[in-house]
Ligand binder design. Structure first.
Ligand SMILES: *[C@@H]1O[C@H](CO)[C@@H](O)[C@H](O)[C@H]1NC(C)=O
Ligand SMILES: [Zn+2]
Length: 169
């Protein structure tokens, strides 16, 4: 039987299952929630990035709806127009796909790429200044995607996380 700990840190609820082999953390906050019942599962090393997104969402007056986070290899991506990358940071829990809800309405992939919703632009540009990567800048553009560039920065650690999370989660 596994013990579930719920920790409330900076207004976010972190669920840690202590005796489960899977080391992913479940994240949600008043500004960032899973869309359509999606449970936001991330590597604990990505928590700082989620907290930065929370702060940026608050500052830019929007909420974030996460449609995808950690993914098992080979798992189909609902509604995706982009072929999953071999070394996707989703595979290690260090990427999310999202839409945002701003005072101007729902901002999806097309809206994010158009950069006409000033609240969404505030959010994306703030995160880029904070060091995150936005999929709208990729060669294969993917405007709903945010990650911390873990694979390019730390390929060896990426591989260790890949083995750990893909095996245990
Ligand atoms: C967010 O809303 C507040 C209060 O309405 C406003 O003062 C502020 O300028 C807004 N921020 C942005 C980035 O639009
Ligand atoms: Zn993505």
């Amino acid at each position: 039987m596994s013990t579930i700990l719920k920790l409330v840190v900076f207004g976010c609820i972190l669920t840690v299952a202590t005796s489960s082999p899977c080391q992913l953390t479940t994240y949600s906050s008043r500004k960032i929630t899973g869309h359509n019942g999606h449970s936001i599962r991330i590597d604990s090393g990505f928590l700082g990035s989620m907290q930065m997104m929370h702060a940026a969402a608050r500052y830019c007056n929007l909420t974030v709806k996460v449609t995808s986070s950690f993914r098992k290899q080979g798992q189909p991506v609902p509604g995706s127009i982009v072929t999953p990358a071999t070394h996707s940071n989703h595979l290690v829990g260090r990427a999310i796909d999202m839409n945002v809800v701003t005072p101007l309405g729902w901002c999806n992939s097309k809206c994010l790429q158009a950069r006409k919703d000033k609240y969404a632009v505030c959010f994306i540009d703030g995160l880029k200044r904070g060091g995150l990567r936005w999929g709208g800048d990729f060669t294969k553009i993917d405007p709903v995607h945010l990650d911390d560039n873990y694979y390019n920065k730390f390929p060896t650690s990426w591989l260790e996380l890949f083995k750990q999370h893909q095996t245990n989660c």
